[in-house]
Design a protein around this ligand. Sequence first.
Ligand code: ATP
Length: 446
Amino acid sequence: MERDVLVLNFTNDTCFNNSPVNLSDWHFIHASSVCCAYKILKKHNCLVAVALVGQSEQQSVLKAVKQLSASQGSLLWLALFRDGDSLLDDISYCFNDYFLDYHHLPVDWARLDHTLGHIYGMAQLKRRTMHESSSAKANGFCFGESEQMQRLKEDLDKVACTDETLLIGGETGTGKGLCAQYIHSLSPRKDGPFITVNCGALPPTLIHAELFGHEKGAFTGASKQYIGRIERAHKGTLFLDEIGDLSLELQINLLHFLEESYIDRLGGNQPTEVDCRIIFATHVNLENAVDEGLFREDLYYRINIIQLELPSLRNHISDIPILANDCLQKLTPAGHLYRFSKSALLAMEQYSWPGNVRELKNRIQRAIIMSDSDVITETDLAITPPKSSLPDSDVIDLVKHRAEVDTEVILAAIKKNNYNISAAARELSVSRTTFYRLIKKCKIKL
Ligand SMILES: Nc1ncnc2c1ncn2[C@@H]1O[C@H](COP(=O)(O)OP(=O)(O)OP(=O)(O)O)[C@@H](O)[C@H]1O
């Protein structure tokens, strides 16, 4: 596999034009300006860069290296000097901050190959450490290394800087709530409150007062004033989860708030201004809900300014080892050290994860309790080896397989909770509404 190397060359030197064809597997990409280097870094996965440092360009090269390193922290540099050139005094003191090594021209290709290999390894380590510490900062959100999740991270970082309304889609357990917290923690509103409302979990009779608040005496039992969740999100972020479950009546009130930035507490006669960013999440297809008359079209267009879709875990299965180890590390009690057996990792990679990362977390939690040793097996995770449960043919009907798994998990939860639907829904960490939707989808007869 070719490894991309950025070559920053402000000189007329053509030494890289004739690199030997047998030189390992480096792909040198040339930039004659900072602008061009930025474009290359955006397009290619360069971990290593070489800067040609002529005597007269030392200042400009160092400035460019500083700028490019600021935009891509994991990039590590090698300097190439003309033989006989020496470093200017005001450059030498910060040379070590950016460059890992230097060579002299003419290029000694074998030595260069060796040094680049060394720097590449260091850059990989640096990227991993940066990734881990940024995951730690990300409120526990583990992004993994797949292309989908890296793209998602870039998108989240971009939208965090804006104040726009955001709609996050994705199946249950994909991390929509965690993403919303991540955005809040990076946004200019990070010092304000982060308020969550699960529109599917609140009883319809309470949700109006819960969202908008009420004055004392607004209705029987309203013995004192109540500040609703929207108002509590003032100067911060309001996360409205399962927005598709909101009644049509409340959708009108919400639309009114989105347009005016004012709310009316129940029983109140004074509108209250609320300044908050709203992040919506849904696991249902709102466009379909609009077609079915369950969701207001005007509200849909109002909230669908920026939409992000979280991938289902089975669509970025290459992240399983990272995600599973991240969960294991977070859930392991102090003083213990667990690891997954090879077959457990394989079983996790072959499983369809209908409950996504939430299910992964729950199964690992279970495994820590059930495991007899410090090696966690697929049995501890209660994952049946998929091969035996799958048809002999190589073609797997994923939809059918998922429905079977969903049915199995739902029925087990219902039986375990003596047919108490609320308790079964709680056990699977989904709302009653979602649970009923899944029962209907799986055609389970109660
Ligand atoms: N990428 C991730 N890294 C670490 N933990 C994750 C990730 N995604 C989800 N989780 C964990 O999975 C659980 C579910 O996450 P979250 O509530 O954010 O999902 P959701 O998509 O909002 O689910 P729902 O639609 O059911 O509300 C949480 O415990 C969360 O910590």
